[in-house]
Design a protein around this ligand. Structure first.
Ligand SMILES: [Zn+2]
Length: 429
């Protein structure tokens, strides 16, 4: 006896006609023609059922603050950082919690059930840390929130930042962050990477640094991050976020760098929506795209995830928590339009970030958590093409969000009364 069976599921790996049996919040059976009784049966009629979307890189302390205290006029990264500096003293814990919870509601509706959020630790009050630790507990029943201690103003450049970061870790923040390219000099940047990796090694924590988020081809902190990862035995626990300078690096240097990153077991996290809007700002034409070298990293064996990074904050005035939008932008910017390329982009917002975050029980197999999203699409590529509607979102076998299918109700002479957008889109030429 199951609590719930989802019948006729299409899975991201290409299997079709699969039934998923769920008991006590876990997946118990994944097979065609599952012959068993259940408290509830939902026939998904060949739609794609995937594990939930995962955002590997976000800033939940800044989200939904767009326009506070003013709008970013230049639209640049540096004005965004300055603007965030103006906003920080005005933040209150209640407002932070309220905005973060509102964003988590958006995320759930979009089937996004796991988020790694950086939290700025440069404010000695650590208001944002307290607020997001509170939010993490509050959303735990429906969303996995992982926090990174992020010294936005530079762990060496900002007075007291290292102590604040250590306090944040002691309070329960999960991951050590950093921002080496924002330190005063290249040497300070490299030193910050050493200090932070040693801190993570001492405490048995993962590392996720904003790394080389610029168009400067000589910003090579990823090399230092790979070096210390290997030296300290941190393989598999370290991610480099952004890595946009790699876009502008010399090809010979990159041919040496990629194997070093792979050897160190360092993962890469690109943020397509933000990279394409914030990088290349000092260019005339041709204007660089700025996103890191995603297909080349993948070919070298480096796991690559895509993050949303920002939604309606000092750096980005758009966004809705839709990881299909993130993946679609990623595949356009990286020109990953082959079938394999598009599937890799879907994995970059599902399986790959789940591995980077170390999520327990993620996937569609017996024993996994019954966290699932039913999409109005037949396969991952169609999901990307349509930014498919999340028909159902399940957490531990319980439906926690639902969106009606996109349907055109024409009701015109000679036209069918109702057209399923997905079927109509796939019909004929
Ligand atoms: Zn970021």
């Amino acid at each position: 006896m199951f609590d719930l069976i989802l019948r006729q599921c299409a899975l991201p790996d290409g299997r079709g006609g699969i039934d998923i049996g769920i008991r006590d919040g876990r997946i118990v059976a994944v097979e065609a023609g599952l012959a068993a009784a259940a408290g509830e049966v939902i026939d998904v009629a060949g739609q794609l059922v995937t594990p939930p979307f995962v955002d590997a890189h976000f800033h939940m302390d800044a989200t939904l603050s767009y326009g506070l205290p003013r709008v970013n006029q230049s639209g640049t990264l540096l004005e965004g950082i300055a603007l965030w500096g103006e906003l920080k003293p005005l933040l209150t814990q209640d407002a932070l919690v309220e905005r973060a919870l509102a964003y988590c509601d958006w995320a759930v509706a979009k089937g996004l059930l796991a988020i790694r959020s950086h939290v700025d630790v440069c404010d000695p009050r650590l208001l944002a840390v307290e607020a997001l630790l509170h939010v993490k507990e509050k959303v735990r029943p429906y969303l996995d929130l992982q926090l990174v201690a992020f010294p936005q103003d530079g762990v060496l450049r900002a007075p007291g930042a290292l102590d604040n970061l250590k306090r944040a870790l002691a309070m329960g923040v999960d991951v050590v962050g950093g921002i080496p390219h924002f330190e005063r000099t290249m040497a300070d940047g490299a030193e910050s990477v050493r200090i932070l990796c040693e801190l993570a090694a001492e405490r048995g924590l993962p590392v996720d640094m904003h790394c080389d988020e610029s168009d400067d081809p000589l910003s090579r902190h990823i090399e230092t991050l790979a070096f210390h990862t290997r030296r300290l035995g941190l393989q598999g626990r370290v991610a480099g976020s952004h890595l946009t300078s790699m876009h502008s690096m010399d090809n010979y240097y990159v041919s040496k760098l990629l194997p070093l990153i792979a050897e160190a077991g360092v993962a890469a996290i690109a943020n397509p929506l933000i990279n394409i809007t914030l990088q290349g700002r000092h260019d005339t034409y041709p204007r660089r795209r700025g996103m890191t070298r995603v297909p080349e990293l993948l070919a070298a064996g480096v796991p690559v995830a895509f993050g949303h990074d920002c939604v309606m904050d000092p750096w980005y005035s758009l966004g809705s928590g839709d990881m299909l939008e993130v993946a679609a932008m990623g595949l356009h910017v990286a020109q990953m339009t082959s079938q394999d390329g598009m599937r890799a982009c879907f994995a970059a917002v599902t399986d790959t970030p789940a591995r980077i975050l170390g999520l327990e029980g993620y996937g569609i197999a017996p024993g996994c958590r019954a966290d699932l999203v039913v999409l109005q699409a037949g396969d991952p590529i169609e999901a990307l093409r349509l930014r498919a509607t999340r028909l159902l979102v399940l957490r531990a076998g319980r439906v926690i969000a639902r969106t009606p299918p996109a349907i055109a109700t024409l009701d015109l002479p000679g036209r069918p009364g109702s057209v399923d957008f997905r079927q109509a889109a796939g019909r004929g030429h």
